[in-house]
Design a protein. Structure first.
Lengths: 253, 327
């Protein structure tokens, strides 16, 4: 069973103070730490599990700057077969449709049963690319998969709905599956895997311009300060005292 | 010129979902003179839904078919593709839900339309549509635009707009549609989550933990603290993904919606999907070492510090005071 896994390089912004670059179009990401998007790591693991069960090859594909090679190498170290990194000239203007176009173009020649993506990228929060790709390739898709029982040419998949409910579908290959976090336990790369990965191929697709951009970024800005919490300052002893007072006044203890 | 706004009516197990009323309210406020708000009902039997939507839209388009008994993105896409092509709305609105994530992107491809998913606001300009999206975990906003001449698709985060009762009386139109049989994807069944021992939706006080607790071993400190104030421990999604707490303790869009008297959020950043599950709690206290964490935008009180320092201090304070009170 051959699969393709789309992986995105995203910054960890949870504890960072963010800045926007002069043109207001892009995050100033100089001091941020980047890694594979959380859901994509689960998607990769799902492909590796299927590879262990059915054999076959895994192709990783990432659209982004040359630093994407780091996440591709990590995936190769875990057991993927090869990587493709696409770096178009107009990288910072792309919308998911344009990214999906680039990916579709590069995988045309490949044989695949399944294409995996994450259900959502933690930077843009669209949750869009995988199902866009399915539309472009005209193959069926399931999004938000939380359980996959695969056979040679079809799978039974549970997809997650709101409130903890799931719905189950039977889907024939080739298909696109977008993976929700928590579906498996992503492995770590072994030292041996890391050594082996340095011999694997990454193909670079450069000097091209992405086509079909439909949505434009007008600007990025820090959200206007809204209502915010009353912040208690002081050392832990002092802030604890204030919290205690609140709980007591409100009859919560 | 295109003026109408279409809203897909989202329903599950016979109930219209709240997001639909939020979208219809917003659509009524946004639709420009001469345009109509359409509620699009796709169902096996639409009567029940039509009844509940009469006052909410100018027009209700209802397509009934056996194939629409359960949500199936491909059948939905066939009908929506056809009616959007025929009737040329300015916008088709969806909620950013699990159904929408399964249908809107491929529908946009089929129709060759621009689409922005996960917006918190939109505007209709002279020849462009603008949207505002929260990106980077809510720390940054982005303003997107697309030309409006061919129409477009937008999905909106649930809970962004408040639903208000409409006062329209909709014209109802039923259309028949002949579906192409889909053979490569079949709905099998709903799968219910297994019920756990603790029902967090019933709890009056909740201490919720997020990825900020760092290690599973730190759970004990949290449980001790929760016990000292008679609270149950709940969590954000990553804690469940890591297997540290069972799924039934997860708060948020794909977990439980809670409305306790007290919600203490420890090391939770405050992503949209989490906030939607807890923002109606009476009193919210957040502890996060990042002063810019979006959780402070919704909390009543906040402490910017390491939760592993604050939690033991809090527990100690509460024990001391309670002992002093009972002595
Ligand atoms: C379809 C879908 C459904 C989802 N459903 C849900 C859902 O139901 N519920 C849910 O919660 N999420 C859900 N998510 C995930 C959601 O998008 C976020 O990824 C998640 O809520 C983040 O959890 P977190 O705040 O614990 O982690 P993070 O975003 O990583 O935040 C951790 C926070 O801890 C702080 N921190 C770190 N160390 C410390 C310390 N020592 N002391 C104090 N603070 C510290 C950091 O500053 C940061 O703010 C869903 C996602 C998708 C795509
Ligand atoms: N630039 C990219 N390169 C490779 N994969 C991507 C890229 N952008 C998005 N994806 C994939 O699509 C998923 C959903 O992304 P999004 O639609 O941006 O939320 C991600 O989890 C990735 O698997």
């Amino acid at each position: 069973m051959n699969s393709i896994v789309c992986i995105k390089r995203v910054p960890d912004t949870t504890s960072a103070t963010l800045k926007i670059d002069a043109e207001n179009r892009k995050l100033d990401d100089g001091n941020l730490v980047f890694s594979i998007n959380e859901a994509d790591n689960y998607a990769l693991e799902e492909a590796l599990l299927l590879q262990e069960e059915f054999g076959g090859e895994i192709t990783l594909i990432s659209v982004g700057p040359k630093e994407c090679d780091d996440i591709i190498r990590m995936g190769l170290a875990k057991g993927a077969t090869r990587g493709i990194r696409i770096t178009p000239d107009n990288l910072y203007k792309l919308d998911p449709y344009a990214i999906a176009n680039l990916i579709a173009e590069q995988i045309k020649e490949l044989e695949y049963d399944l294409i995996f993506t994450g259900c959502m990228a933690n930077d843009d929060n669209f949750g869009q690319l995988g199902v866009t790709l399915a539309g472009l390739l005209n193959i069926p898709h399931i999004s938000l998969a939380v359980k996959i029982q695969a056979n040679e040419d079809y799978a039974i998949i549970d997809r997650e709905l709101e409130g903890g409910l799931m719905e189950q579908f039977n889907i024939k290959f080739p298909a696109v599956i977008t993976i929700q976090t928590g579906i498996n336990e992503p492995r770590y790369a072994s030292i041996f895997g890391i050594k082996r990965a340095s011999k694997k191929e990454i193909r670079f697709v450069e000097n091209i311009s992405a086509q079909g951009i439909k949505v434009h970024t007008e600007k990025m800005y820090l959200p206007p300060p809204g209502d915010t919490a009353e912040i208690f300052t002081g050392n832990p002893e002092e802030t604890a005292e204030k919290v205690y007072e609140i709980l007591k006044t409100k009859g919560l203890i | 010129m295109r003026k109408d706004i279409f809203v897909l009516v989202e329903h599950r197990k016979g109930e219209i979902r709240d997001i639909t009323f939020e979208l219809l309210t917003k659509a009524r406020n946004m639709v420009q003179t001469g345009g109509f708000v359409y509620a699009i009902v796709l169902a096996k039997n639409g009567d029940n839904f039509i009844e509940k939507l009469k006052s909410e839209a100018h027009r209700i388009l209802c397509i009934e078919n056996e194939k629409l008994e359960h949500f199936h993105s491909d059948y939905y896409q066939q009908v929506l593709g056809s009616i959007i092509t025929d009737r040329k709305p300015l916008l088709t609105l969806f909620g950013q839900t699990s159904y929408t994530m399964d249908i809107a992107p491929s529908l946009a491809v089929q129709l060759d339309l621009p689409i922005v998913m996960g917006c918190i606001e939109f505007e209709i300009g002279d020849d462009k549509i603008f949207t505002i999206n929260q990106v980077y975990g809510g720390k940054i906003h982005t303003r997107f635009s697309f030309p409006s001449k061919n129409g477009g698709i937008i999905s909106i985060q649930p809970g962004t707009f408040t639903a208000e009762q409409g006062d329209l009386s909709a014209e109802i139109e039923r259309i028949t549609f002949s579906f192409e049989e889909i053979t490569n994807k079949k709905f099998i069944q709903f799968v219910e989550a297994v019920a756990g021992e603790i029902d967090i939706t019933q709890a009056e006080k909740i201490v919720a933990i997020g990825r900020g607790i760092k290690e599973k071993d730190n759970l004990q400190i949290i449980e001790d603290f929760a016990e000292s104030i008679g609270a149950v421990v709940a969590c954000s999604r990553p804690i469940v993904d890591a297997g540290w707490l069972p799924k039934e303790r997860q708060v948020g869009s794909s977990g439980k919606t809670v409305k306790p008297k007290l919600y203490i959020a420890l090391g939770i950043s405050g992503d949209f999907q989490h906030l939607i599950g807890m923002r109606n709690a009476d009193t919210i206290i957040a502890v996060n070492k990042d002063p810019n964490a979006p959780i402070f935008g919704i909390a009543d009180y906040g402490i910017v510090d390491d939760l592993l320092k604050i939690v033991p201090a809090l527990k100690k304070k509460i024990m001391e005071k309670c002992e002093a009170r009972s002595a």
